[in-house]
Design a protein around this ligand. Structure first.
Ligand code: ATP
Length: 453
């Protein structure tokens, strides 16, 4: 059998657009580079990714609570965290082609004049010395642009967690080891955004800060690397496309006692999907110094210490790209080609489609609508009676719907429907009254990507 064609980023971008997952933003005004808007299926898929993360990080645990902090925090937060002074990338401009590059990523960049060359490789290249460029977006708060009104859009959600450490400790009555989790938009004025959603200027982060006694930090750091890796495996990312890369001391942030990236083999090569860092006591100590509020744990027996922090941090965008790439498949069935997203059923935007075989048959339509209305109370389901059944199936394949329930002539006789499996294309019959339980059970089953050889 011929080797399948590689899954390129172009294929993912094109499917995302064609099926309404992701649109280039502000298109009617000529577009705004590397900024995207999510369409219906994109929103549903993002909601699923966030919900699965929240289940694993908060709902199914006794030791982690949630928080939702403001996007615009007191400007001193970013001084204490080191972002005002140090959250910058070195950038280089080319005076000839007017492009801007990250000095530390020159080998991954293309010269504006000669796409196959790196910046600086052609005689016409005229590069500036590297300059530090702060990645935080600035804004002003209130009506007047005066001293003291300068503020920032958060470049990470983590700081909103640290500044609430005391609140959670007191009100949620927690004792290390315990964690605080948050999801929400973060903003970074990236010098070189690109590769679809992989590097964008606004993205939704999912971060959890796990506070531990200092002598347990290394144990928990290893624990969270394993947990997060298993989460990706559980939601179907192929093992062969995942790896953990530990940073060397020269690559680590100044505060980090250890950092590992969970990397995915994207079409652009191995890249950071999620970072897990042992941040030591840096953040709580910094905020204690700058705010003069002591952020520490004091036990009933008088024991006191500043906990160390283990942080798994990721964006929904990087997960979404990895999951779309991992799921994308093209195959020939009979004499027809089909594109199919082999997404984990709990990630797929639509869980089930309900289809009357003949859209003009009132009886079939009535039964199908009845089933659809019952299922949608609990699940994301779609009803479709337009066009040939084969076309309707292929549409559902392209958005990754794992199961399609079809109402046909036999349904009118014995109240059974067929269920078609997206991946195997197998069909079976079951009573219409059992469909809801069938879906519940199917969603609970372990799922492995059929692409894993
Ligand atoms: P990179 O080295 O790729 O710029 P980073 O090490 O700066 O990433 P972190 O600060 O560790 O990233 O951010 C935590 C997580 O947030 C990353 O693992 C990634 O999933 C996500 N993330 C960071 N920057 C972006 C971005 N510009 N677009 C989308 N997701 C991002």
């Amino acid at each position: 059998m011929a080797e399948p064609e590689p899954v390129t980023m172009d294929k993912i971008v094109s499917l995302s657009r064609r099926r309404g997952f992701v649109f280039p933003s502000s298109e009617i005004y000529g577009g705004m580079g590397s900024t995207f808007d999510y369409g219906h299926y994109g929103v549903l898929m993002k909601n699923n990714i966030r919900a699965r993360w929240f289940e694993a990080m908060v709902r199914n645990r006794d030791d982690i609570v949630a928080i939702d902090s403001a996007v615009i925090l007191h400007p001193k937060v970013w001084e204490a965290s080191g972002h005002v002074g140090g959250f910058s990338d070195p950038l280089i401009d080319c005076r000839t082609c007017k492009l801007r590059f990250r000095a530390d990523k020159l080998e991954d960049s293309n010269c504006g004049r000669k796409p196959s060359k790196r910046p600086g490789e052609t005689p016409e290249c005229d590069l500036t010395e590297p300059r530090q460029f702060n990645l935080m977006f600035e804004t002003t708060v209130g009506a007047l642009q005066e001293e003291g009104s300068r503020a920032f859009l958060r470049p990470e959600t983590a700081q909103g967690i640290f500044i609430n450490f005391k609140n959670v400790l007191q009100i949620a009555r927690r004792k290390p080891p315990f964690g605080i989790a948050q999801t929400g938009k973060s903003f970074r004025n990236e010098i070189t955004p690109g590769n679809f959603l992989f590097r964008v200027r606004e993205f939704e982060q999912m971060e959890m800060e796990f506070f531990v006694p200092p002598d347990e930090a290394d144990k928990w750091y290893r624990y969270w690397i394993d947990e997060r890796l298993n989460w990706y495996r559980g939601y179907g990312l192929r093992d062969s496309k995942l790896r953990v890369r530990e940073h060397g001391p020269e690559e680590r942030s100044h505060y980090s006692q250890g950092t590992s990236d969970i990397e995915y083999d994207y079409p652009i090569g191995w890249g950071e999907l999620e970072g897990i860092a042992n941040r030591g006591d840096f953040d709580l100590t910094q905020h204690t110094e700058h705010s003069t509020t002591k952020l520490e744990y004091v036990g009933q027996d008088g024991e006191r210490y500043v906990p160390y922090v283990i942080e798994p941090a990721v964006s929904i965008e990087r997960i979404m790209v990895a999951m779309l790439v991992d799921a994308y498949d093209e195959e020939v069935v009979g004499d027809r080609e089909r594109t199919v997203l082999r997404l984990h059923p709990q990630i797929a935007p639509v869980t089930a489609a309900v289809l009357p075989l003949i859209g003009k048959n009132d009886e079939m339509v009535g039964k199908a609508r009845g089933l659809y209305e019952e299922l949608r109370r609990r699940h994301s389901v779609e009803y479709d009676d337009g066009g040939a059944i084969g076309r309707r199936y292929r549409r559902q394949d392209e958005i990754g719907t794992p199961w399609a329930f079809t109402v046909d002539e036999q349904t009118l006789e014995d109240d059974t429907v067929t269920v078609r499996d997206r991946d195997s294309l197998a069909q079976e019959r079951l009573p219409i009254a059992d469909v809801r339980d069938w879906i519940e059970a199917a969603l609970e089953r372990d799922w492995k990507s059929p692409k894993e050889s």
